[in-house]
Design a protein around this ligand. Sequence first.
Ligand code: 6PG
Length: 263
Amino acid sequence: MGGAVGPYLRVAADLPRASAALAAHVAERARASAAARGRFRLVVSGGSTPVPLYRRLAARYRGSFPWARTEVYFGDERCVGPRHPESNYAMVAAALLERVPVPRHQVHRIRGELRPPARGAADYARWLVPLAEGSKEGPLFDLVLLGIGTDGHTASLFPGSAALDERRRTVVSVPAPERPPPVPRITLTLPALARSREVCFLVAGPDKADAVAAILGGRGGSRVALPAARVRSQGPVRWYLDRGAAAGLSAARRRELDTGPEA
Ligand code: 6PG
């Protein structure tokens, strides 16, 4: 479970509390990164779960977060325009980017409107090249935020997808999944996600308890190599859950995961 110190698992009573705990952690990592390296490269996730987190960062940390040194990247995007209701960029802009003073040129949007989608993937991959700073192994990102679906997907890496086997490219396009919205996607690949100093999952709701248990090890201890279980980092992989999403984890497994106090 990563290299740095735990806790790797924080369980909160509900999503607002899990979001508050994660927001405090992201703010602390941002300040440390800006102090150590002069910048904080954050990958944001889409969907609906992170909306309270983004709103919390905008409200509670507007003045203390190093926004001027923050660079925002996206873990994935639906192949729609930036104002489309299904756009991850539109969601993050409304919940966070329009509420904080992050310089616009430091927000790196995936251009989901480009056609074909593979062109949008290649366009985004070019943004990531300079992050490598000539290193083939070093981290591209300081902190990656991710969610999971009920099927254990993360970003737009869906079970059975060929994108899960990508070893070279950092960004790929994937066909429309069978789940809404039924549009092609552009996603960071597992090698790109792994080039991070830390990954933090935020998961809420009892409908995800089975996927969380399959990924982290449920009562039977059995684990399934769902896409989110294959995410690696050069540092810790942390999980911020509400009680509903954690319901399938045994007490023993929670202890093994170095769970911090309930948030
Ligand atoms: C997306 C996200 C996706 C999301 C999960 C969970 O584009 O939808 O990147 O990976 O994190 O599907 O979505 P919810 O938070 O809406 O349950």
